[in-house]
Ligand binder design. Structure first.
Ligand code: PHE
Length: 459
């Protein structure tokens, strides 16, 4: 067994650097594109409320578990399981994370690519002048269905991601996150202020933030839990890998808390930007929302050009928004690629550049069917290929991963060992009782319920 302390595989420069990088991973299309879409499709404020509970009770719990295993072992997910319990099938959970990461990267990069395409379109003035609803929908449909444009965007996203990852932990991820994350926060706050000061923001805000108890049902809760896993980058070992670069001196509990808080904040702000504008500018109702978006992933891309065209300073705000979306997406794709890269570097002794390039190529190839499933190729579009990928890898596999990580921690590694690791850098863990209860009971039960009712999620 190798000594985890002796490896020179890189580490974060400081606790803040970790928080920036991990928030960069967590905050992304999950909060800005997926969250508002799911809110709209799942009962508005009821979903928001369920999501907040899911983040607090389940997300935070699994995040702390991943960070703890990661820092203790100082390894990628495959190596981490193998380190604590050598030569057992547990390392398959690590492999599952590596594979899930590559698949999520493959379809996530398409949407990131759309953001890149729209950033370009906005700069070149495609949304200047009055853009109507039909107009905007037509622009999106045409763009998403154009194989060449979408594939070029996919190539750019995966290329940039591989480039940053090949530069390593400090020079790559940390350096970029430190610049990009604060910019993102500032941008999103400006846009939220702009949205709530648009005339008549009321009805949108109340759909978004005033829960109606008749809207709560199993599906809403299941999707909210799935969204908590996805938005916090949990269940595939991303946080385990990022945790492996944290110093023993740093407080894992507050680090996890900050990442959960910043991610939730951005998601809530994203909704504050979208809903008032959506309901008022377009006179949209919840039913109409469902009709428009049930089988479409285009919410963000159909709504924003209209807002841009109707807003004073819209050209400027439009560029800001798509820049923001792109930045957020890139700091997340980087973290997805980091998991398989860390595996190949640690376990197979590959160079970072070779690992990042190869996985980049594989993800690009795997992304092609997703790229063609928004109009490019008929049968893939009809099959809803990309949405199915998101359901399987973005919802189910992450939840299963979270379940297995919790079971591993509780039954194989043991809670007392985890608590000992957590105590480094943190003498007083005031949520200890709750965390132990959640990791032992709440997380497994919640995920098992998800798996039992999987049909509800799919249907
Ligand atoms: N959390 C990221 C987002 O919300 C997506 C992600 C999922 C990243 C899983 C890494 C691992 O955009």
């Amino acid at each position: 067994m190798n000594n985890p302390e002796s490896s020179d595989r890189g580490s974060w420069g400081s606790k803040i650097a970790f928080i920036f990088a991990a928030s960069g991973s967590a905050i992304g299309l999950g909060s800005i594109w997926r969250f508002p879409l799911f809110v709209g499709l799942n009962g508005g404020a009821a979903f928001v409320f369920s999501y907040l509970l899911a983040v607090f009770f389940i997300g935070f719990t699994v995040m702390l578990a991943e960070l703890t295993i990661g820092r203790h072992t100082r390894k990628n997910p495959v190596g981490a399981f193998n380190f604590i319990k050598p030569h057992t099938p547990w390392k398959l959970v690590g492999y599952m994370g590596v594979v899930t990461g590559v698949f999520i990267l493959s379809y996530y990069s398409i949407i990131a690519g759309w953001a890149a395409g729209y950033f370009y379109k906005t700069i070149t003035g495609a949304f200047r002048g009055q853009v109507s609803w039909n107009n905007s929908a037509a622009i999106f449909t045409k763009f998403a269905a154009n194989p060449l444009e979408v594939l070029i965007c996919l190539f750019i996203i995966i290329g940039l991601t591989s480039y940053v990852i090949s530069k390593g932990v400090k020079g790559g991820i940390e350096r970029w996150s430190k610049i990009l994350m604060p910019v993102l926060f500032v941008l999103i706050i400006i846009l939220a202020v702009r949205a709530v000061t648009l005339p008549g923001a009321g009805p949108g805000l109340s759909f978004y933030l005033k829960p109606d108890f008749s809207d709560f049902n199993l599906k809403v809760i299941l999707f909210a839990i799935g969204q908590a896993f996805f938005s916090l980058s949990l269940g595939m070992g991303t946080m385990m890998t990022y945790g492996s670069y944290i110093s023993k001196k740093d407080n894992l509990v507050s680090s996890a808390g900050w990442v959960c808080l910043s991610t939730t904040l951005i998601a809530i702000l994203a909704g504050i930007i979208i809903f008032p504008t959506l309901f008022n500018t377009l006179q949209l109702t919840p039913d109409k929302f469902k009709q428009e978006f049930e089988v479409s992933t285009g919410l963000m891309f159909q709504v924003f050009p209209i807002i841009i065209s109707k807003m004073p300073g819209g050209y400027f705000f439009g560029i800001l928004f798509f820049a923001l979306l792109l930045i957020a997406a890139l700091t997340s794709t980087i973290s997805m690629l980091e998991v398989p890269t860390a595996y190949l570097v640690d376990e197979r002794k590959w160079s970072r550049t070779k690992a990042a390039t190869l996985i980049g190529i594989v993800s690009f190839l795997l992304g092609i069917p997703s790229a063609l499933s928004s109009g490019g190729v008929k049968f893939l579009t009809k099959f809803n290929y990309m949405i199915k990928m998101d359901l399987v890898f973005g919802n189910i596999m992450l939840a299963v991963g979270g379940l297995l990580i919790s079971l591993f921690l509780v039954h194989t590694w043991k809670v007392k060992n985890a608590l000992k690791e957590i105590s480094h850098g943190n003498s007083r863990f005031w949520l200890k009782g709750l965390w132990v209860f959640d990791i032992k009971f709440l997380v497994p039960i919640a995920v098992i319920i998800i798996l039992i009712f999987i049909k509800t999620l799919a249907g």
